[in-house]
Structure formats: structure tokens, C-alpha cells
Design a protein around this ligand. Sequence first.
Ligand code: ZN
Length: 246
Amino acid sequence: MNFASKYFKYLLLSLLVLSIIMLSGLAVVAQSNDDNLGVAYIRPRTLVYARGNFWVYADNAFDDSQKRLIRSASEILHDRMRTQRSRILDCAYRRSNRFMPASRQRIDSQLISVFVNAASGNRPIKLTTTDLWTAPRRQPNGVTQYNTGRAPIGNPGQFPEQGDLLRVALNSVIVDRTFSDFPQARQADRWAGTLVHEVLHNLGYDHERSGSTDGAFVKEFGTCTAFNGNIPDGLQLTDSNVEVIE
Ligand SMILES: [Zn+2]
């Protein structure tokens, strides 16, 4: 064996080892990356709330008390979207300064489709909450990030005519758990706000992916829902060392 072929053999071997390292690295990333949530929505789940055409399922990864909180949040949300929707829209428009929907009428008719009227015939709108597992993260600057929920960004106009499944990931590390700096984790009103925030993402509404989302319509609509459209003036919803991501 001459020097060149020996060198070539080592080169091939190195490439093989490098490929294995890269592939296993990708696999690890895929497992820990919550963008992989797509398949999570078909895991075993329980119907926790059904009123009219609005049905909510919860992943069985949530324990019974978490499921009860999700049911309470769903009930609050359904009730407020049927009876207080206009007031909550007013509240969100008043507080928002970024990423506003182009038309109030359009977003209102989408909310009516999900929470008030049947989508087509009597087909229910099914909302599935799956389990997003992300521990609160303490940043070097002292800010703790609570990742409460996530959702895919839908294609505006395609829902509910072409699909009836809303996908919402809630974080079982946070739901109904006790945090001294985030007591809202145990409050159904707060989770009603998170649910509707994620529903709006499903309906095609987005906000900035990095940095603060305060002032973004989707964020403010969730907050206004949590407070039933009546947020006390000057209320600090989170203190300076807490950041809520949803
Ligand atoms: Zn969001």
C-alpha cells in the first residue's frame, strides 16, 4: 500500500467518524428541541372540556390537577369569548402598539368561528393541549424565563374551513406549579389568557420571536382575556426579574 492510498483510507475513516458524530448530535438536538412538538399532538389525551362546538383535550402527561386547571381555563375562555369578546378586543387594541391585525372585523369573525358558531355543520373545533417540557431558565442578568406555551403559526384564512384542530403546547413544568415570583401559574384566568394567545397563533397571528413581546397584539389580547378586558391601571403583571414567554 503506497502512501497516497493509506492517506485516502484515513481520510474516509475520518469522514465516517465525523458523520456519525454529526448525525448523533442532530438526533440529540431533535429530541430536546420543542419544534419537534408536531408528533406530540397524537399522544394519548383526555377530553377535559366540551361546550357547544369548542372541545379541549389535554395530553395525559398532565396530572389530574393540571387537567382540572386546563378545564377551568377553557371554561373561562369559552365564556369570555362568547360574552365579553368585544370588550376584550377593545382592551387589546387600546394596549397594543405593535403587530396589530389588519382588520378588527376579520379577527372577530375568526373568534366567533372558534368559540361561538360551528365551523361547518356541527363539526366541533378541537383544541389539543400537549406537553411542552421546558424548565424555567435563570439568565445571567437575573431574569427568570417562564416558557408557558407554544403554538404553530397558522396560515391566515385556512382555518377553520380546511381544518378543525387547534394545537397548543402548555408547559407541564409550569401549569399549576408553585413559583414565588410567578404565582399566576396556579390561576385559571392566567391560563385562559395563554390558551387564547396560542389560539391566535393557530389562526395566523404572530409577534416578534425575540425580545419583549409586550405591546404586541397577540400578547395583549391574552392579558386582556386573563383580566376579562379590565386591567387595573398601572398594574405590573410581572416584576422585573420575570419574563413570560408564550
Ligand atoms: Zn406567542
